[in-house]
Structures are given as structure tokens and as C-alpha cells.
Write a protein that binds this ligand. Structure first.
Ligand code: AMP
Length: 592
């Protein structure tokens, strides 16, 4: 029904927007002939056939060629600062950091965590660490001390690059829990002093600006991205240097990057989109990226787009909905004539938002789908194809996607009929697929059935092959585009002396998709009241940070549990939303 309705509103676009012929012009033909060797052929490889290193493809090959003096990143600071860094400059800044790591005795394979907002040093730290063949793990700067310590501890972090403010507020207190964290490098002024603390500026100032990347194997671990599941601790998805082929080609096809584009990816660099498409793909494609330090504000964003002549813009549904609230008229004060391609990712994009793009910018948003584990865009609405508003689009060339149903014997059946709901699955074999969850082989193996990688998302495919997102098959929460594991939130709540048990759900929200809501059972002797509610909200916020902490807490005398003692989050959610309770045959104890 939904597909029927939206087919009528298929958005047709001019084939050549603003004089650009889309990179992917004939989708069907390209899918038929695509071979990943083609993606490798678009890259250079290390000199002398010494393998592939992401940083070489991102900066060094451009620094050694005609793009050397092109602006790689234009950083716009909160206080109105503006800094242009060329490909040559970024390559040298990364070299200095790679040399600094060497001087500190940091070895290939060791983990370098980065915890900071959108600062130019983020790029230099990522690329420098990759050149030194260290593993880079970015952290979201809105995390509280607990998620930060968990991830650095699990990932065996040896180096942390951060700012003085974040260090003091979020790391100093948990550092005793992290004996393996030997070096903390502090960007910007006011660096705290002490053992193992270094000022970035001093370190790089004394380091050489030349560095030769050692031979790097395609399958060498390059990036460690933490993501969340329903149960247990976060999962560290391992990505390798060879992923760069997928970053590059998806930037070309799904984001339609052209040589002279001014590209703006608004994602935070602490999440996978900020890494794959905020840093790597635009650099491998040799375009200029805008990096904006300030948080979202519609007027600021429009003026950045106008002033910087942004041509390709990659953003997220929560931000689009916030802009929609202010109306299309607010856009008309700005000269956005350079814009030619808009894309969105991370959460379901409402059909109205796609259409609103036409009204406000004269261009539709192209929704695309992927996840931390896939490393790069897998399904997209393409520049040369009509958009079906509400649909995530079609699989990238080189990607085979299907709707499957799990069987009891561990196998899956592929659903061929259109518009039947099932789990979205991808045939393994693309370069940016995760190579494992760090130290959790069993959890990794469970993601596969034969050759199919099971994404955990429920979706449908229509008769034209377009995929439609239905929901998650598990209990993870998507709030403002950020994936939150309920277990991590429940654990933090249970550290409070008043809490006996906690269960956390995602409650639908028109603006941010879902908000985190917790149900709490108190220990004997504690009274459920507003003061305690406030105290628990504050406790969670302090430990987890504002992006992860619950926004609402309800008290319950009992939480519904299965006979084996598992809390039934699904039942809590159904009751919260007034939906049918579904199968409750395993229900043992119930809330009152
Ligand atoms: P993450 O690993 O944090 O990037 O989150 C990945 C998850 O975000 C996916 O498994 C989906 O549940 C959701 N997601 C990403 N892109 C989309 C999209 N275009 N539409 C709907 N959900 C999406």
C-alpha cells in the first residue's frame, strides 16, 4: 500500500543537475558489469606495490600530484575562525603526528582513540595514526565518562587524543581504570600537566613533516568503530585498510562526488559516518570538505552553505526535521545556488522530508542506508534515478541485498515476492565489511547465515527493487541518529543505590526518532517520587553523557520478565505505546 501511494509521488529529477552528469548514469548496466577490481583500479596503492593504506589514498597521492595545493578541509571554528588546509598541508600534518607516535614508542597495531569535536586536528590524528599503521578508534565527544572508559578499556587504547576540557571533564576521573592508556595527547591550549600527558602542538612542532608509510596489507586492521547491540557491552567493529575501495566508490556513486565539489558531511566524527564520509571518502575523491565546529543551528547551517558555496551536502533526518520546523521560507534568504546534491542517512527519512527538500532547496534529499558494520553506503537513492520518497533506494553496484526470513535450523530463506517484510541481508564480500567484533568471535559469527550478513534491520523490497525500512529486529535505540544499547543505559542506572532493576526502551519521537525511556524498579526502602526521578536522571546523565542518558524515567513495582529472568523490553514498549502485547507465553513475573 505504502509503495503504491509513493509510486505516485516518484520524484523525477533533471539528469544533469547544475551542469553535472551523474557519475553513475546507467545503474542497471553498471550493476551488471561491476567488479570490485574496478574500485581498486581507481586508487593508487602504496608506491612500489607495497599494499594499500587509507591515508595514502586519502592524502598522500593527492599531495604528490596536481591536487597538492587544493583545499582539502576548510575548518570553520565556533568563534568565527577559518582555516584552510591543503592536501599537501594535511599530508604533512599527518606525517608529523605519525612521527610523534613513533617517537613515543607507539607501535603498528596499537590503538589510538580520538575524543574531540570537529577540529582540524581530528583529520591529522586519524591520518597520522593510519600512516603509522596504528588502529584508529573515534569516540563521540557527547559521551560521558562511562561509555568512554568502557570503549577505551575494551579496545585496549594506548593513546588518546583529546582536548583539555574533555580530558578534565570525562577522562581524568576514569583514568585509573585504564592502566593500558599510556599517552594522552591534548589538542589546543591549557593542556593539563602530568605523567603521560602531552601537548599536541609541542609534539608535532618537533616532529618531521616527512614520513614514509611502511608496507600495509589490505587486511590490516585500520579502524575500530564501537556500536551497540541489545545485550552486553558495546561491540568493536573491526575495519581494514582495504575498506578504502568501498569508501571511494560509494563517495563517487552514492554521493555523486565530482572533482570540484565543495562537500559538507554534517556527521560527528565520533561516529562511523563522520569517519567514512566526513573524512575518508571526500579525501580519496580529492574534493574540498567543509568542517563546521558548531553544533546544529539552521540559520548558521544555511549561511555556511551559502558562503562556502557547498555543492554536495550529506546530513541526517533529525537535522532535516528541525529545519522543516522553521519552514522552507527561512531558506529563501540565502543564495544556495551552488547546491546540487542532497543526501541523508542514519535513521528513517520521512517521505515529507524528501519532498520538503524540493520546496526549500529545489532539490530532493537522497536517502541512503548503511551501518557501522558495513563500513560504507550499501543502499541508496542515486542522482540519475527517480527517488521514491520514504524508500532507502537500491543496492550499490557490487552489493547484493535481499529480504530474508530466518529458519529454526540457522539457515535463511530469501523472500522473492515484493513487499513482504523480513530481515535485510547482504551477500558478504565487499571491501568495507567489518572483519569481526573485537574479541567476540561468537557475536560476529551470529551475524551470518551462510554467505548472508544479517543486518538486524527489518525491511521490504518493492517490485522495482527499492528497499523500504520497517524497523529494527532488536532492542537498540536510534536517537538523533545515534545508536544506543539499552544494556549500557540499564547498567549505569543500576549503579545507583536505589535501583534494583532497570529496563530501557526507545520511545518514538517526532523530532529525534526515538528518545531513551527507562523503567526502574526500586530497592526496598526507596520511595518512587519526583526527587528520586530527578536524581536518577542526573546520575545517568553524569555517567553516560546527554546523548545516551534517558530523557524519561518511570517507576514500576515489578518489571515484566520471562521465565528465564530476562526483562521483556518489548512488552514494556508495547504497553507504553498502547500496542498489542504480542506473544507473552514466556512471561513469568509481571509489572503491577
Ligand atoms: P549505525 O551503525 O550507528 O550507523 O546505525 C545503523 C542503523 O541505523 C541501521 O541498522 C538502521 O537501523 C539505521 N539506519 C541507517 N540508515 C538508515 C536509513 N536510511 N533509514 C532507516 N534507518 C537507517
Amino acid at each position: 500500500m505504502q509503495a503504491e501511494k509513493t509510486r505516485a509521488t516518484l520524484l523525477k529529477k533533471p539528469l544533469s543537475a547544475a551542469g553535472r552528469t551523474p557519475n553513475l548514469l546507467d545503474y542497471k548496466a553498471e550493476c551488471a558489469r561491476f567488479d570490485w577490481r574496478k574500485a581498486w583500479a581507481l586508487l593508487d596503492g602504496l608506491p612500489g606495490g607495497q599494499g594499500y593504506n587509507i591515508a595514502h589514498e586519502a592524502v598522500d597521492r593527492h599531495a604528490a600530484g596536481p591536487r597538492a595545493e587544493r583545499v582539502a578541509i576548510r575548518w570553520l571554528g565556533k568563534a568565527g575562525e577559518r582555516q584552510d588546509i591543503t592536501y599537501r598541508g594535511l599530508s604533512e600534518a599527518a606525517n608529523r603526528f605519525a612521527n610523534a607516535l613513533y617517537t613515543l614508542g607507539v607501535k603498528p597495531g596499537e590503538r589510538v582513540f580520538i575524543l574531540m569535536g570537529r577540529l582540524p586536528e581530528f583529520h591529522a590524528a586519524v591520518l597520522g595514526a593510519l600512516k603509522a599503521r596504528c588502529v584508529v578508534s573515534p569516540l563521540f565527544s557527547a559521551f560521558g565518562p562511562e561509555p568512554i572508559a568502557t570503549r577505551i578499556g575494551m579496545g585496549d587504547g594506548r593513546v588518546l587524543v583529546t582536548t583539555a576540557d574533555l580530558y578534565r571533564r570525562k577522562v581524568e576521573g576514569v583514568r585509573p581504570k585504564l592502566p593500558g592508556l599510556v599517552h594522552v595527547i591534548v589538542v589546543g591550549g591549557d593542556a593539563p600537566e602530568g605523567a603521560g600527558l602531552y601537548a599536541w602542538d609541542e609534539l608535532v612542532e618537533h616532529a618531521s613533516a616527512s614520513f614514509t608509510i611502511a608496507p600495509t596489507d589490505l587486511e590490516e586492521m585500520a579502524l575500530l568503530h564501537f556500536t551497540s547491540g541489545t545485550t552486553g557491552r558495546p561491540k568493536g567493529a573491526i575495519h581494514v585498510h582495504g575498506a578504502v575501495a568501498a569508501h571511494h566508490v560509494t563517495g563517487l556513486y552514492a554521493l555523486d562526488l565530482h572533482d570540484d565539489d565543495i562537500f559538507w558531511c554534517t556527521a560527528d566524527p565520533g561516529w562511523v559516518t563522520g569517519m567514512s564520509y566526513g573524512i575518508i571518502a571526500p579525501l580519496t575523491n580529492g574534493v574540498t570538505s567543509i568542517v563546521v565546529e558548531a553544533e546544529f543551528d539552521a540559520a548558521t547551517w544555511y549561511s555556511v552553505m551559502a558562503r562556502e558555496r557547498v555543492s554536495v551536502w550529506y546530513t541526517a533526518p533529525t537535522a532535516i526535521r528541525m529545519m522543516m520546523r522553521l519552514g522552507a521560507a527561512a531558506v529563501k534568504d540565502y543564495d544556495l545556488s551552488a547546491l546540487r546534491f542532497l543526501a541523508s542517512v542514519g535513521e528513517p527519512l520521512n517521505p515529507e522530508a524528501v519532498v520538503w527538500g524540493m520546496e526549500a532547496f529545489g532539490l530532493p534529499f537522497h536517502d541512503n542506508w548503511w551501518q557501522t558494520e558495513t563500513g560504507g553506503i550499501m543502499i541508496a537513492n542515486f542522482a540519475a534515478l527517480p527517488i521514491k520518497p520514504g524508500s532507502m533506494g537500491l543496492p550499490l553496484p557490487g552489493i547484493e541485498a535481499a529480504i530474508v526470513r530466518r529458519r529454526n535450523d540457522g539457515g535463511v530463506d530469501v523472500v522473492d515476492e515484493p513487499l513482504i517484510e523480513g530481515e535485510l541481508a547482504l551477500k558478504k564480500g565487499w571491501p568495507s565489511m567489518m572483519r569481526g567484533y573485537l574479541n567476540e568471535d561468537e557475536r560476529y559469527r551470529k551475524c551470518f547465515s551462510g554467505d548472508w550478513y544479517l543486518t538486524g534491520d527489518l525491511a521490504k523490497r518493492d517490485a522495482d527493487g527499492y528497499f523500504w525500512f520497517v524497523g529494527r529486529s532488536d532492542d537498540v535505540i536510534k536517537s538523533a541518529g545515534h545508536l544506543i544499547g539499552p544494556f549500557e543505559v540499564e547498567s549505569a542506572l543500576m549503579e545507583h543505590p536505589a535501583v534494583a532493576e532497570a529496563a530501557v526502551i526507545g520511545k518514538p519521537d517526532l523530532m529525534v526518532g526515538e528518545v531513551v525511556k527507562a523503567f526502574v524498579e526500586l530497592k526496598p526502602g526507596y520511595e518512587p517520587n519526583d526527587d528520586l526521578r530527578k536524581e536518577l536522571l542526573g546520575h545517568a546523565r553524569k555517567r553516560l553523557g546527554p546523548a545516551v542518558a534517558p530523557k524519561e524515567i518511570d517507576f514500576r513495582a515489578n518489571l515484566p520478565k520471562t521465565r528465564s529472568g530476562k526483562i521483556m523490553r518489548r512488552l514494556l514498549k508495547a504497553r507504553e505505546l498502547g500496542l498489542p502485547e504480542g506473544d507473552i507465553s514466556t512471561l513469568e513475573s509481571d509489572e503491577k
